[in-house]
Structure formats: C-alpha cells, structure tokens
Design a protein around this ligand. Structure first.
Ligand SMILES: *[C@@H]1O[C@H](CO)[C@@H](O)[C@H](O)[C@H]1NC(C)=O
Ligand SMILES: *[C@@H]1O[C@H](CO)[C@@H](O)[C@H](O)[C@H]1NC(C)=O
Length: 365
C-alpha cells in the first residue's frame, strides 16, 4: 500500500507544531549570585541537546548555556546539532531517522577534544531519550551524569489533543490519519515523533514496527506475554545495560502541568497501562458489551472516553522489573533521582533547574 507521504508528514507536523512549541523558556534573573562553584579548577564539560522546535543556538539555548557558564566558571559546553544551519537543525527535530541522527551525534561528540574524558549531559524533551540511546549504544566518550527535562522515556501514547475551534474537524481528521500511519515503515524512517510513539492499545504492533524505542528500552514481546514478532529486536542487547550502568547519576525531571507529553509521566518512565489492565474501563466496556448498548462501548472508545489513564509507574514497568537496561540496578544503587518542575512542558523556571545544574554538572573532572 502506498503511504500518503506528504499528507502524513503534514498531519504529524501540524499536530505536533500546534501543541508543542518547545524551545526551552529559560527563567530570567540576575546571574551574579550563581557563581558558587568558583573553587572547581577543572569542571567536567557539559553537552546540551535542544528539544523539538528549537535549534542548537536559538536565543533560549544561548541564554541557558550562558547561565550555566555563570554557575560553573570555566566550564566547556557543547550544544548538539544535527545540522549546523539553524532552520535545518530545527527541522531535523521533526524529520529524519532517529537512529541515524544519534549515530551522527556520537561521531560529533567523539571528535570534540574537550569531551574525551567524559562529560555531563542535559537533554531537553525528546533529546533526553536520545542521550539515553547514546549512552546505551555508544557512550564514547562516556556520560557521567544525565539530566533529562520532560523527556519521553516510555514514549508518547497519543498525539496532542485537538482544541475546539475552527479547525477542530480537520485536526481530528489529521490525527486519525497520523495514528493510522504511525507504525508504517515510511513514518518510522522519517518522522521523529513516530519513532517514540508507544500506543498502549497496540503494543504488539509497536514492538514489531517501532524503529527506536523498543530497542533502547530492551523491550521484548515476552515482557507482555505477546506472541513473538519478526522484528529485529527479539533479543536484548546486554551492551545497553552495561553501558547504562556506567552512568553515575540519572536525573529525571517531570513538568507537573505538562500537557504536551502524553502521558507526562513518561518523563519518569511511566506509561499508560494497556486497556485490558485498567479495571474500571474494562468493567464498563464489559457491562456495555453485554447489553443492547453494545455498539456504544466501542463508540465511547472512539471519542476517547475511556479511563485507560491508569499510569504504570517506573518501578512497576516490565522493563524495570526485569532490569532490561539496568534502570532498576541504577535505582536500587540510589542513582536515579525523580525531580519535578512546576508548570507546562519546558517552562524552565530558575527554581527548577539551577540547583540540579549546580549539583550534577560541572563537578571536578
Ligand atoms: C570548595 O568546594 C568544596 C567541596 O566541593 C566546598 O565544601 C567548599 O565550601 C568550597 N569552598 C569555597 C570557598 O567555595
Ligand atoms: C548491541 O549494541 C552494541 C552497541 O550499540 C552493538 O555494537 C552490537 O552490535 C549490538 N548487539 C546486537 C546483538 O545487536
């Protein structure tokens, strides 16, 4: 079947663009009082990776980097780019093959002399899981501490909602089209967000067809008692675990009012439970399906009226329980910190990041 390429891209980009203009909005305040680590003689370098809709040297990123240099005088900071040209770099946040992009970044970091003894990393939004993939697959030079802000470690389960308004019906239409095509091979090779789309109602399809997330999460069909698929990722890669365990600290930051990342708990390795695991919704569906109202039960699902909003928290995830990437070991070692920022996606008020950057970045190398 021929994919409606242009349309699918358009549908995706419109949806994501409407709901997630995510250049980090960095809090603004006097910076002189940040100079607190003046006695570190050789601070560990830092690599930052911007989020969707942003570029490596946007005003927001430049400001963030400059504030970090006030906090850690003398620190070397590198801002990851896929493309040097800013518009092309921004576009690469939507379009491309994420595995190729991460490979490119691995090459880029490997060539920077200042990073050769390791570095700390800050990933904004989707870059958080991209850095995690870098650690698992390459980690050369190695990451010491990783801080991820509002990232999608368990993917996104939904495309951004459609707001009532003049384009409501178009939006619904685009959404349906994007959802249908999300696991097609074209989307999986060209649309970045499709490559971490983890639909709890279609886990077998996700495991079989998603190009990126099941691999870096070392998720296997067996984890879900699902039939094996013919996907490439049928065996766990233990290198991922070994590499991930070399991390010193993992700091996972959630935005408390995040409406862009669905569910926001993905920042903490949370995900929606598959529908069959959600008792209330299955009870209602069961009751309805045994009455003359049976057609209604599927209708309710179509309108998004389900309570499959039960979150599986990190410590109950199969990938955690089975320690597929070493997350559990890291956590039990006391090296996973769950932190919150109050506000919407990527609202980086000083209170939410300065302390973390002071504590986990720029340590003595
Ligand atoms: C220097 O750093 C040490 C530990 O890193 C800290 O305890 C001490 O207070 C610092 N001294 C000054 C003058 O900032
Ligand atoms: C596991 O990952 C490492 C690092 O990316 C890679 O070199 C290796 O080929 C992978 N092994 C398998 C079996 O895929």
């Amino acid at each position: 079947m021929k994919q409606p390429l242009g349309f699918l891209t358009l549908a995706f980009c419109l949806l994501v663009a409407v709901a997630s203009p995510t250049p980090a909005t960095v809090g603004h305040s006097g910076t002189s009082d940040f100079t607190r680590n003046a006695n570190v003689t050789n601070p560990r370098p830092l690599v930052v990776w911007h989020g969707l809709g942003d570029s490596h040297s946007s005003p927001g990123m430049l400001q963030f980097v400059s504030m970090i240099k006030d906090i850690h005088p003398g620190i070397f900071v590198h801002s990851v780019y896929i493309e040097e040209e800013l518009d092309a770099d921004r576009k690469a946040g939507w379009l491309g093959n994420v595995n190729d992009q991460i490979e490119k970044v691995a090459g880029q970091l490997n060539e920077i002399e200042q990073l050769q003894n390791g570095f700390d990393a800050i990933g904004f939004s989707q870059a958080g899981q991209f850095f995690r993939a870098y650690i698992e697959r390459y980690n050369s030079p190695p990451i010491h501490n990783l801080i991820t802000f509002g990232s999608q470690h368990m993917g996104i389960a939904d495309l951004p909602g459609c707001a009532p308004g003049p384009s409501y019906f178009w939006c619904i239409f685009a959404r349906r089209a994007a959802e249908r095509g999300v696991y097609g091979s074209w989307a999986q090779n060209n649309l970045i967000q499709a490559q971490y789309f983890r639909d709890p109602t279609r886990l077998p399809l996700y495991l079989a067809s998603n190009n990126f997330l099941p691999d870096i999460n070392n998720e296997l069909p067996e984890d879900y008692s699902l039939p094996p698929t013919d996907a490439g990722h049928v065996t766990r890669n233990n290198t991922y675990k070994t590499n991930f365990l070399s991390l010193n600290k993992l700091i996972l930051v959630i935005f408390t009012e995040d409406k862009t990342v669905v569910p926001k708990e993905s920042a903490w390795f949370g995900s929606y439970a598959p529908p069959e695991q959600t008792s209330f919704s299955s009870l209602i569906q069961f009751m309805l399906s045994h009455t003359p109202l049976a057609p209604l039960s599927s209708l309710l699902g179509k309108f998004g009226w389900t309570d499959d909003k039960v979150i599986i928290p990190m410590r109950l995830q199969p990938m955690y329980l089975e320690d597929t990437i070493g997350l559990r070991t890291l956590d039990e070692r006391g090296d996973v910190r769950l932190e919150s920022c109050v506000g919407e996606h990527m609202r980086m008020a000083d209170e939410c990041w300065v302390d973390l950057v002071e504590e986990f970045c720029g340590g003595q190398l």
